[in-house]
Write a protein that binds this ligand. Sequence first.
Ligand code: UDP
Ligand code: MN
Length: 296
Amino acid sequence: MYRSVTLMGYRVTGSKCLTICLGFTFVMGCFLASLPITSEKPNLQISTTDSKKKLAIIVPFRDRFEELLEFVPHMHQFLIKQNIPYHIFIMQQKDSNRFNRASLINVGFLYTKQNYDYIAMHDVDLLPLNNDLKYDYPKNGVFHISSPQTHPKYHYSTFIGGILLITREDFESVNGMSNNYWGWGLEDDEFYVRLKDAGIKVKRPENISTGTENTFKHVHDKTYRKRDMRKCFNQREVTRRRDRVTGVHDVAYRIHSTHNVTIDSLPVTVVNVELMCNKNATPWCQCPEPAKAKKS
Ligand code: UDP
Ligand code: MN
């Protein structure tokens, strides 16, 4: 039995209909096959975040667990509003030497440099509060988030500690940070001189309406979290001078282990780092205890 249908105004029988339909399908198929190559491109560009620079937040760390539990969710809430692709790396010092913030940052840089475009050297106890502090990729210089005008504690003009954004290229070009700073302090000031000598500008947030009291929360009780200010051997003299020898290229370390953990469901990488101390070059990586030092 033949059925007849109306197609585009023509009255046609079943067999003719089949031929026309097959032909039509073939032509449409060819047409559609030619489409995706050109039409999908703009969509891809809109949906992908690959073009956005990736930030590795490098946190030098030892024995600051409570601060860490506050830091991770805080940073997530803060950076999600800015649409910054970031990941947090906790560089945990796992050796018996005094704390070495700069060497941990060097190791953090080496650990992340293949996959990240810029780093934030970030104290675990300094939480940004003002949403005008932008963690964007720093162009033409480093970006010092915790400026002397707004840091709760340090107000001298060459201060660059606390939170500093720097590109992979700039960090490498100054040979990272000095490895000579065991114990608290001065490693950031030495890094300032490295940047200055290399002609790298230090930029800071502008038009910030908050001040030293309300731009950051500094989770740091000085009796509960004592700063290791001991100076032994010739530490004082050596660490006052610019170090032209050590840096990211010669930091001596071993990665003991890494752990991908979550804090309040947020992913964080903990890198356990064993720093090696050259006791001939920097004997102050282990100071005698104060009581012993007095006797000798
Ligand atoms: N830090 C740490 N354990 C220590 C000493 C320092 O984790 O025993 C890390 C931590 O990230 C801290 C940063 O180094 O925020 C800077 O040290 P600290 O807070 O003592 O310096 P401040 O800027 O308060 O003088
Ligand atoms: Mn602190």
